[in-house]
Design a protein around this ligand. Sequence first.
Ligand SMILES: *Cc1c(COP(=O)(O)O)cnc(C)c1O
Length: 385
Amino acid sequence: MTQTTRPFLPFVKPDIDEETIQGVVDVLRSGWITTGPQNQQFEAELSAYVGGRPVRAFNSGTCTMEIGLRIAGVGPGDEVITTPMTWVSTANVILEVGATPVFVDIDPVTRNIDLNLLERAITPRTKALMPVYLAGLPVDMDKLYEIARAHKLRVIEDAAQAFGSTWKGQRIGAIGDIVSFSFHANKNVTSIEGGALVMNNEDEAELARKYRLQGITRTGFDGMDCDVLGGKYNLTDVAARVGLGSLRRVETLTQQRRELARLYFDAFKGGAAVELGVGLPVENFTDHNWHMFQIALPLERLKLTRAEFMAQLKERNVGSGVHYPALHLFTLYRARGYKEGMYPHSERYGASNVTLPLFPGMTADDVTHVVRSIDEICEQFGHNG
Ligand SMILES: *Cc1c(COP(=O)(O)O)cnc(C)c1O
């Protein structure tokens, strides 16, 4: 085993610059700390980023998706098609609005919803599609919207991981129907917690504003009224200021991630891991924001479980994560009739994926160390049986 005195390398680390920290201090001293001018500025800059489309900010990516579904008119009796290879909130929000999630398996190469299987899942009850861009890699947007148009379906994109990604040169969010982003601490752009919804017009944006805060209509103190059932989903100005600082650096941060991803591919080339059958992501340095770099373990050729493999990495001071187990196998979904064997590619990837360290500020030497460690573990514990 490589003996090192290297500090522990986490799989993700937030990158907040000094200018942003100072900006947060200014907000804290300003006398206005919850939703206010910073929030407005954040929404304005987000809107500019997505080509001027209306944007509203929220306090999580989860409630952002839920409000996106409500704006699209999704409710009881409706079906929404998505993938089981995502963070559980994607399916949970579908249940939350009273609709039924319908899963479609992933394409094992892109690890995103298999658009070739999608049309078969459409029924007269299907109201919307909810694609997920795992690790930040978009699906084929032309094909997605061709299907949506042909079947008159709304699309609520779970682009939680895809801020900074593009499709044929156009930014995710600048195209499409309703697009939901997350600014959770681990995401490429972060407001610590938060999210933003990109919509089609001012009517939708006004509805989003109402859902965000108790359905209150703006008619002054005496004329105050509420006309829809809204919640409490507003973003604080402290968080919005963190988001602004992060948003203003997104191009640089994305470039750094792409460079690290490139280094990963170079380092893996011809090594023991690839030889054993470790699965690498799609090599894409144009559209992909490289939110994550995930490998798929060939468990049938390893004398280790995934947890043991990750423990081996940890012994070499390398952090790693799992994103995600296939969600239809969670108790909540099993109770709704889902079981093993229904989405084999998602199940296989869900059981074998490992997220490797990737964040701006990581060095080329860090990448080399991670890949060397993986090659070493594969040499030691791999077998060709
Ligand atoms: C992060 C994430 C979410 C949820 O965002 P939160 O801000 O944590 O609520 C939803 N879907 C995917 C794919 C995510 O990665």
